[in-house]
Design a protein around this ligand. Structure first.
Ligand code: ATP
Ligand code: MG
Ligand code: MG
Ligand code: MG
Length: 569
C-alpha cells in the first residue's frame, strides 16, 4: 500500500475528552472517529488492525473445533421472555419496537438465539458436542460509555456457545476453550492473565476471565506472588449518582440499626476497632462523610465478630454461602434509595477474602437488605479495596496476594442448564431418554483487545503494535523521492520485493517533510521502518529502525531485504 493512495488522518493535538492513552492514540493515529457517545467509526487503518485481531481469534476458534455462524443483531423479545432475561437484564438491553409495535432488542449477547437454533436443529446426543461461534457487533446501552472503543455501546465480540449431552463433556470443551483463549492472547503479544471469575447472576459452576494487565483497567485482579493463583476482585461498576437513584423497592427487608450513622458508630455497634478492622470501601451519600458501605477484612477473627454482630443487621443474608445469597437476591432486586447508610453483607469469596459486595442499604436507621451492589451502589474506590486485600495470604496457601489492574478481554463460562432448561433444549440420550443439554459460553472483546494492546504498548511518540496486529508490518520512507530518482527507484523496488514476499508493507510516498513522515509512522506504530535517503544510498546504505529501537542502524543496501525479512520473522 502507498500512503498517497491510503487514508492517513493523524492529529497533532490530543483530543480533550479522551482520558486514557489508548483512546487518545487511536484518535490521534486516525484509527477511529467518534459518531456519538459510545459509537465509533473504524477508519481504514483501524479496521485493518481490528481484522487482524479478528482473524487470529477465528483461526484459534476453528482450531478448537468451533464452527462459525452469523446470527441477527436484532432479536425478538419472545426469546428473552422465555429465558426470563427480558425482565432481568435492565437498561443495558437496548429495546426497540418495529412498525407493528412488536418488541425486539439489539443483542448484547446471544444465548437465547443460539439455544433456540440448537433446540430446533439438534435432536440426538450423537450430534453433540457442538461448539458454534460468531464474530459480530454487540449492542449494550452502557451506563457510562468511556475510554473510546474500550467500553462502547456498539462493539465487536467473538461469542461462542457449546452444547453437551452431559457435564463432563462441557468441562472438556471448557478446557479446550481456556487453552485457545490463552493461544489467542499469546499470539497477539499481550501480557495477560486468566483469572477465576464470579459466576454471578448467571449461576453455573465455573468461570474464568482473561485480563490484559494495564493500569487503566477497570477491574482489580488479586494474584499470588508465588503461584499461578489469580482471581478477579469484582469491582463496583459505574452507577447513577445518588440523586438519580430510584427509591428503594418494597421487597427489601427492613431491619433497625439504632444510632449507626458513621463508620465509628458501626465500629462501636460491632464492638470492633474501626481503625484496624473496618475499612471504608465507599464513603458517599446524601451528605458528605456519610457512610454508605464498608467492607470488613475477611480474616478469621473478624469473621467471628461479623457472624455474631452482623446477624442482627443484615438479616437474613449475611452469613449465607454466596450461592444462597445469590439465590435469595435473585437477579432483579430493587434499587438503593437516597442513602443514609449501607452495610454490606459479607460473603467470603474464595478468591481474596473479599465480600461479593452484596450489600444492604440503610436509610434513617433502617436497614434494607437485598441490594445489588454492582448495580445499585456508588463506585468503590480502588485504593481502599487495595488496602483490604493486598498482602493477604493467597487462598491456595502459596504466597501473598497482590493487586493489579486488568482489562477484561475475554470471559468463559460453564453455564450448565440455565438456558437450556428455561428454553427446553434437550436431546435424546443412548437410552432414548430426553436430557437437557449442558451449555458453555465464551466471549472475547475483539475491539476492546485493540485498545488494550495500545495500553500495554506505547511510548511518548505513539503506538507500538505487537507484530500480529500491526496495520502494516513495515514502512519504507523515501526522503525526497520526488527529486531524487535514485531514492525513488530504490524505494519502489524494495517495496515490490517485500510485497512479493507477502509482507504487509507501506510505502510512504507522500510529498512531506521527513519529520512529518517519521512522526506519523511512529504515531501509527508500524513496527519496522526503512529509510531511503540520498546520502546513505550514495554509500550503498539504507537506514533501519525498529519501533522500539533508540537509534537507527545502517544496513548495506544489498542486505536490507534479507536482514529485515529475518526481523519480521
Ligand atoms: P465488563 O465487565 O467490562 O462490562 P462484561 O463482563 O459485561 O464486560 P461479557 O458479557 O463477559 O462482558 O462479554 C464478553 C467480552 O466482551 C468482555 O470480556 C469484554 O472484553 C467485551 N465487552 C463487554 N462489554 C464491552 C463494551 N461495552 N465495549 C467493548 N467491549 C466489551
Ligand atoms: Mg458489562
Ligand atoms: Mg465483567
Ligand atoms: Mg464478563
Amino acid at each position: 500500500m502507498r500512503t498517497s493512495e491510503y487514508l492517513i488522518t493523524t492529529l497533532k493535538e490530543t483530543p480533550a475528552d479522551a482520558e486514557v492513552i489508548s483512546h487518545q492514540l487511536m484518535l490521534r493515529a486516525g484509527l477511529i472517529r467518534k459518531l456519538a457517545s459510545g459509537l465509533y467509526t473504524w477508519l481504514p487503518l483501524g479496521l485493518k488492525v481490528l481484522r487482524k485481531v479478528e482473524n487470529v481469534v477465528r483461526e484459534e476458534m476453528e482450531a478448537a473445533g468451533a464452527l462459525e455462524v452469523s446470527m441477527p443483531v436484532v432479536q425478538p423479545a419472545e426469546l428473552w421472555q422465555e429465558s426470563g432475561r427480558w425482565e432481568q437484564y435492565g437498561p443495558e438491553l437496548l429495546r426497540i419496537q418495529d412498525r407493528h409495535s412488536r418488541d425486539f432488542c439489539l443483542g448484547p449477547t446471544h444465548e437465547e438465539v443460539i439455544t433456540d437454533i440448537v433446540r430446533n436443529e439438534i435432536k440426538s446426543y450423537k450430534q453433540l458436542p457442538l461448539n458454534l461461534f460468531q464474530i459480530q457487533t454487540k449492542v449494550r446501552d452502557e451506563i457510562r460509555p468511556r475510554f473510546g472503543i474500550m467500553r462502547s455501546r456498539e462493539f465487536l465480540m467473538k461469542d461462542a456457545y457449546s452444547f453437551h449431552a452431559d457435564h463432563a463433556s462441557l468441562e472438556q470443551t471448557y478446557q479446550v476453550m481456556h487453552r485457545s483463549y490463552s493461544n489467542v492472547f499469546t499470539r497477539l503479544g499481550l501480557e495477560f492473565r486468566p483469572v477465576i471469575a464470579d459466576t454471578g447472576s448467571i449461576g453455573g459452576s465455573a468461570s474464568h476471565e482473561f485480563h490484559v494487565l494495564a493500569n487503566s483497567g477497570e477491574d482489580d485482579i488479586a494474584f499470588s506472588n508465588q503461584s499461578d493463583y489469580a482471581a478477579n476482585v469484582e469491582m463496583a461498576e459505574a452507577v447513577a449518582p445518588a440523586g438519580e437513584r430510584p427509591a428503594p423497592s418494597a421487597d427489601m427487608a427492613e431491619v433497625a440499626t439504632p444510632g449507626v450513622k458513621t463508620i465509628e458508630d458501626l465500629a462501636v455497634f460491632l464492638d470492633v476497632d474501626a481503625a484496624t478492622t473496618v475499612k471504608t470501601l465507599v464513603v458517599a451519600g446524601e451528605e458528605e462523610g456519610e457512610l454508605v458501605a464498608l467492607v470488613l477484612r475477611g480474616d478469621h477473627s473478624l469473621n467471628e465478630i461479623k457472624a455474631e454482630k452482623l446477624a442482627g443487621i443484615a438479616n437474613p443474608l449475611q452469613m449465607a454461602e454466596e450461592a444462597d445469597v445469590r439465590k435469595a437476591l435473585g437477579a432483579g432486586f430493587g434499587s438503593l434509595g437516597p442513602v443514609g447508610l449501607s452495610i454490606p453483607v459479607i460473603v467470603d469469596r474464595s478468591a481474596a477474602h473479599l465480600a461479593d459486595f452484596v450489600c444492604g442499604a440503610n436509610r434513617d436507621e433502617v436497614h434494607l437488605s437485598g441490594v445489588n451492589w454492582e448495580r445499585d451502589c456508588p463506585l468503590a474506590r480502588v485504593e481502599d479495596l487495595r488496602e483490604v486485600v493486598e498482602g493477604d495470604p493467597s487462598p491456595d496457601g502459596q504466597g501473598q496476594l497482590q493487586i493489579k489492574r486488568g482489562i477484561e478481554v475475554g470471559h468463559i463460562f460453564q453455564l450448565g442448564t440455565k438456558y437450556s432448561e428455561a428454553m427446553n433444549a434437550s436431546v435424546l440420550d443412548e437410552n432414548g431418554k430426553s436430557v437437557t443439554m449442558s451449555m458453555g459460553c465464551y466471549g472475547i472483546g475483539v475491539s476492546r483487545i485493540v485498545a488494550s494492546a495500545i495500553e500495554q504498548n506505547h511510548d511518548d511518540k505513539g503506538i507500538i503494535w505487537p507484530a500480529a496486529m500491526a496495520p502494516f508490518e513495515l514502512v519504507i520512507v523515501p526522503l525526497n523521492m520526488q527529486k531524487s530518482e535514485a531514492v525513488a527507484e530504490c524505494a519502489q523496488s524494495l517495496y515490490q520485493q517485500f510485497r512479493k514476499a507477502g509482507v504487509d508493507v507501506l510505502l510512504d510516498d507522500r510529498n512531506e517533510r521527513p519529520g512529518v513522515k517519521f512522526a506519523d509512522m511512529e504515531l501509527i506504530g508500524i513496527p519496522h521502518r526503512i529509510v531511503v535517503g540520498d546520502r546513505a544510498l550514495a554509500e550503498g546504505q539504507l537506514e533501519y529502525k525498529g519501533r522500539r529501537d533508540e537509534e537507527p542502524a545502517l544496513l548495506a543496501r544489498d542486505d536490507t531485504f534479507d536482514t529485515v525479512m529475518a526481523k519480521l520473522g
